[in-house]
Design a protein around this ligand. Structure first.
Ligand SMILES: [Zn+2]
Length: 265
């Protein structure tokens, strides 16, 4: 038995956007040719701020629509024996909401997996496919799940599941077919920026939003152990100086670095 071939598409698949020129600057190209929509997918409350808070604040300041998905609620990582995971999750979700408001993104979505138990599986991939079809981001920012060497498993699995959600699943209507019932159409972003990467090839000058990034990080009160804005600036400048002295000549707290991935469509 053969299946009935579908009618060939005559309308353009992405009427709102042109394809970007890979030789141009990624953000400039996207701003010129596509709706300014980005989706950040990270594993724990505070991941987005530490790795990409400058980029997200910059996008928001340039009029982008930015959504944030957090696969856990960060319900582990305390030395206090009295704290329950539910209590910690509530605190950390509130902190993430406050941090996202400072950056200027929409309210974050929590997928609710337990901290430390994010699996790279069909369930997570489907939840991410749904977010991509819902928000239709031209740019996705996530963890580099393929970085060699030691990495947190939630970072690795969140990054890989996001990659797999984008290609091929989100743009193929035969994956996760129930999305159709909500009117969610297939979609493929044009680009990814991978954070926490080893071989960065895309650098963002975050000088104009540097203080906004720090304020967003400090909104994660349970994680920053009473540090002030000035303590944070001093610590980052010292770290960057140490990195420069050991060979990383571009290390600077005023830039964020990513691996750029372009997706053809
Ligand atoms: Zn994390």
């Amino acid at each position: 038995m053969t299946t009935q071939p579908s009618t060939p598409r005559t309308a353009p698949r992405y009427p709102e956007a042109q394809n970007i020129d890979p030789k141009g600057d990624l953000l400039d190209e996207l701003e010129a040719k596509a709706p300014k929509r980005a989706l950040a997918v990270f594993a724990h409350p505070d991941d987005a701020e530490f790795t990409s808070g400058g980029l997200l604040a910059l996008l928001c300041s340039r009029g982008w629509d930015v959504n944030v998905v957090v696969t856990t609620s960060g319900n582990k990582g305390t030395k206090d024996p009295e704290v329950t995971p539910q209590y910690l999750a509530g605190i950390r979700e509130d902190e993430q909401r406050a941090a996202s408001a400072i950056l200027g993104t929409h309210e974050p979505v929590f997928l609710g997996f337990p901290d430390g138990y994010v699996h790279e599986d069909d369930e997570l991939r489907g939840l991410l496919v749904r977010q991509i079809r819902l928000h239709r981001p031209e740019l996705v920012i996530t963890w580099d799940g393929f970085r060699p060497g030691f990495n947190h498993r939630d970072h690795r699995n969140t990054g890989r599941a996001t990659y797999d959600a984008i290609f091929p699943a989100a743009d193929d209507h035969l994956y996760y077919v129930l999305d159709k019932e909500e009117g969610l159409e297939p979609f493929r972003p044009q680009a990814m920026l991978l954070a926490g990467t080893r071989d960065a090839d895309y650098h963002v000058d975050i000088t104009p939003v540097f203080r906004t990034k720090i304020k967003a990080i400090l909104a994660h009160v349970s994680q920053i152990h009473g540090r002030t804005e000035e303590d944070t600036v001093k610590m980052w400048e010292e770290r960057a100086q140490a990195a420069r002295e050991s060979g990383d000549e571009n290390a600077s707290p005023y830039r964020e670095s990513f691996t750029k991935v372009l997706l053809r469509r």
